[in-house]
Ligand binder design. Structure first.
Ligand code: XLS
Ligand code: CA
Ligand code: CA
Length: 441
């Protein structure tokens, strides 16, 4: 392996008092939290695209990051160098998983046949690196949005040839995911949506999307791919309106087309906030309907309002996210994928480590705080208490049903209704602050 990060040793846990920037202060993969190792509960994954492909390009600025592995002219040499850099980085960071699009591993050539042939040459090298390092593929996916052919969508393109190409591309991506032992496969419909209804047959596009999923599910059965399929909701960007808007929309789509049993959701924090929800809302909704499968752990900038994919360092968010994840019984076979890139100003190679360390420490704190929230079920008890009127009498009858409108009316018609109890939100927030401080103290 070439040494792309010569000045970095394996990142170790040094505890909260360490001043070493290249060390974990809170994340100790071996630490038992609630009887289970932190590393096994958090299941961190590195996103191949942001960390190894990204070079600092944004809407207004050119790429300029020093990523020497991407400098090779030959696509095969470039893919191999990138894989070497990736596995050196991930080993030094100490993560067990990565996630990748097909095109992150090897670029697209003129025809799908040529692209697939290049992929076939690259895969054995990646398999060897996986074997050598023990790092596994959390989930694979296909990039159905970068190539200009997908400008009007992939499965929802008005052009049948584009639909067919997308299916062919996913066929190969699924084979690659299987060959790499991937535990899941993600569909993110970046351009599956529309810009204007003036030129769009929404009904037909949704029918096509469902047909596409069915075709892929059939092929998965054919090749015995048994990983978890995941849909990653996002309301917009790059498309103005995306069909998998949020978890509730995605569930309705799956139910409408009889696809519900075959998918779970991969919830991304930044997509939740783009949809006008909190991260916790999307996690809760998915968990509540038995669909929380995996998480893209990042955070957005609420003042910018687009998908900035920053590293998640807000402990309040990681605490509430881990609370939902623990109540979900964990995420396995999913995990916490850092779908995040360093800010353009954090351009040194060292920043790749510093950003991941910050996020891993923030999630370790979140895990510890969430564990405390569950062990001292202050919130849960409060919530139970808040709904106590539904535990007996009229409330219990309403929940049990059926109840007719006349009996409801007669229960209240002659009685002034007292105010419901205070929600005490500030008190609860104060409690969470105390809990968080007791973890980091
Ligand atoms: C983009 C998405 C994408 C998916 C994988 O906004 O987050 O990166 O996670 O295609
Ligand atoms: Ca994502
Ligand atoms: Ca994103």
């Amino acid at each position: 392996m070439k040494d792309y990060f010569p000045n970095v040793e394996k990142i170790g846990f040094e505890g909260p008092d360490s001043d070493n920037p290249l060390a974990f202060r809170y994340y100790n993969p071996e630490e038992l939290i609630g009887g289970k190792k932190a590393g096994e509960q958090l299941r961190f994954a590195v996103a191949y695209w942001h960390t190894f492909c990204g070079e600092g390009r944004d809407m207004f600025g050119e790429p300029f990051f020093e990523r020497s592995w991407n400098r090779y002219a030959d696509p095969y040499d470039r893919s191999i160098a990138k894989a070497d850099a990736a596995f050196e980085f991930m080993s030094k960071l100490g993560v067990s998983y990565f996630c990748a699009h097909d095109r992150d591993l090897a670029p697209e050539l003129d025809t799908l046949r040529q692209t697939n042939a290049l992929m076939d040459r690259v895969i054995p090298h990646i398999q060897a690196l996986m074997k050598e390092t023990g790092i596994k593929l959390l989930w694979g996916t296909a990039n159905l949005f970068s190539s200009p052919k997908y400008l009007h969508g992939a499965a929802t393109s008005p052009d049948a040839k584009v639909f067919a190409y997308a299916a062919g591309q996913v066929k190969k991506a699924l084979e690659v995911t299987l060959a790499l032992g991937g535990e899941g496969y993600v569909f993110w419909g970046g351009r599956e949506g529309y810009e204007t209804l003036l030129n769009t047959d929404m009904k037909r596009e949704l029918d096509h999307l469902a047909a596409f999923y069915r075709i892929i599910l059939d092929y998965a059965r054919e090749i015995r791919f048994e990983g978890q399929f995941l849909i990653e909701p996002k309301p917009k960007e790059p498309t103005k309106h995306q069909y998998d808007f949020d978890a509730a929309h995605s569930l309705a789509f799956l139910q409408r087309y009889g696809l519900e049993p075959y998918f779970k959701f991969n919830i991304e924090a930044n997509h939740a906030t783009l949809a006008g929800h909190t991260f916790q809302h999307e996690l809760r909704y998915s968990r509540m309907v038995g669909k929380l499968g995996s998480v893209d752990a990042n955070m957005g900038d609420l003042l910018l309002g687009w998908d900035t994919d920053h590293f998640p360092t807000n402990m309040y968010d990681t605490m509430l996210a881990m609370y939902e994840i623990l109540l979900n019984g964990g995420l396995a076979p999913g995990g916490l994928n850092f779908d995040a890139h360093v800010r353009r100003g954090s351009y040194e190679k060292k920043d790749l480590f510093l950003s991941h360390i910050a996020a891993m420490d923030a999630f370790a704190i979140g895990l510890k705080a969430a564990k405390m929230m569950i062990e001292h079920p202050f919130l849960e008890r409060g919530i139970q208490e808040r709904y106590v009127s539904f535990d007996s009498g009229l409330g219990a009858e309403i929940e049990k049903g059926p109840v007719d409108i006349h009996s409801l009316e007669s229960a209240i018609i002659d009685t002034p209704i007292p105010l419901p109890a205070s929600g005490r939100q500030e008190w609860l927030e104060n409690y969470l602050n105390r809990l968080l401080l007791s973890v980091v103290r």
